[in-house]
Write a protein that binds this ligand. Structure first.
Ligand SMILES: Nc1ncnc2c1ncn2[C@@H]1O[C@H](COP(=O)(O)OP(=O)(O)OP(=O)(O)O)[C@@H](O)[C@H]1O
Ligand SMILES: [Mg+2]
Length: 325
């Protein structure tokens, strides 16, 4: 690289690394680098830190004598919606996968991240098992699921069944890489949290602040107020609560289609009200949901009746996002 012909691609890659891909394509004219930073969602301090990082990164580039940084918050940045629960096995992954597909069907630019580093389930749920993401520079390129939703999971990087015994910092790094991937044409990222969200996910939420969180619970947990644990978790990291989803609500008989309520009904709405949170809807307990999930064909991508509960919840989420603007 000579002074006269700066390597723009390399500069762009270095800038993308220090700005987490928030930099526009750099322009260099007569030694002046002009750059637009998308700082939407960042605090004043974070903006200053990012600008300083850009200047520091460009200091040793001989072709650049001056750096001009403009900031814009107008461009839509990636908004993260976290899906969490007070305990394991209540349907976080099922909801995340189906919510992503429902939003996609509704024409939204949505992506899906499996934040369960140790026990990823999204590749199987989304029918993308065995696919490997490529990378461009240090950035991963999400794979696209058969339903058309761009996604990333640790399960795409390690072989199925392989125990992932990473310690905190490495796991945190891995999750960071999934979130910092090249999410082109994505403005909403659904993040499927693991059960009993620990330090890795907490620090993720401090760094990549979700716009909001959806809590999912089964009716019997609600009676025990397990969901309140999830609520306090998100409050700890200052993540707004979008609302509560009740899963495995009424049992749909596979033979006659009749709905019964083994765990009672109405508890979720009451619990949501008690916690001062909107109720986003209920997903029935249906064998079809489990078999479709196991087959990598989430019901939200299927016929009208299977998709309905997920489309309804997606609609509520969109209302919340609109109201937030
Ligand atoms: N509404 C439902 N009807 C029938 N089966 C369901 C329903 N929701 C989830 N399941 C099944 O329950 C099991 C657990 O669901 P899922 O993996 O989504 O829970 P999770 O909260 O993500 O679990 P973990 O805490 O282990 O990550 C899966 O086998 C899934 O197919
Ligand atoms: Mg899960």
């Amino acid at each position: 690289m000579t002074d006269a012909t700066p390597d723009l691609a390399q500069i762009a890659e270095r800038l993308a690394a220090v700005t987490k891909a928030r930099a526009s394509a750099p322009r260099i004219k007569e030694g002046v680098l002009t750059l637009v930073l998308d700082v939407g969602g960042l605090s004043e301090d974070q903006r200053a830190v990012m600008e300083a990082a850009v200047r520091a990164e460009m200091r040793d580039v001989p072709a650049i004598t001056q750096v001009r940084v403009a900031m814009t918050a107008e461009k839509k940045t990636l908004q993260i919606i976290a899906v969490g629960s007070g305990k394991g096995g209540v349907g976080k992954s099922t909801l995340s996968a189906n919510l992503a597909i429902a939003l996609h069907r509704l024409g939204h630019r949505v992506g899906l991240v499996d934040a369960d580093i140790y026990g990823p389930s999204q590749p199987r749920l989304m029918g993308s098992e065995g696919e490997k993401p490529t990378a461009e520079g240090k950035q991963m390129i999400p794979i696209v699921s058969p339903s058309g939703v761009p996604m990333l999971s640790m399960g795409h990087l390690v072989d199925p069944g392989q125990a992932i015994a990473w310690r905190g910092p490495m796991a945190g790094n891995a999750l960071g890489q999934l979130l910092d991937a090249r999410w082109v044409d994505v403005d909403t990222l659904i993040v499927d949290l693991p059960p009993g969200t620990g330090d890795v996910q907490l620090s993720m939420m401090s760094k990549h602040k979700p716009a909001g969180a959806i809590i999912i619970s089964t009716p019997q947990d609600l009676a025990l107020m397990d969901a309140t644990r999830a609520v306090s978790l998100f409050e700890q990291v200052d993540v707004p609560l979008i609302g509560l989803v009740e899963n495995m609500a009424g049992y749909v008989c596979p033979h006659c289609g009749e709905v019964s309520d083994p765990f009672g009904q109405g508890g979720a709405e009451a619990a949501a009200a008690h916690m001062g949170m909107p109720f986003l809807g209920r997903i029935p307990l249906a064998i079809g949901i489990r078999t479709a999930s196991d087959a990598g064909l989430p019901p939200a991508g299927g016929g009208a009746s299977e998709a309905a509960p997920f489309l309804a919840i997606a609609g509520k989420l969109l209302e919340w996002l609109d109201a937030r603007k």
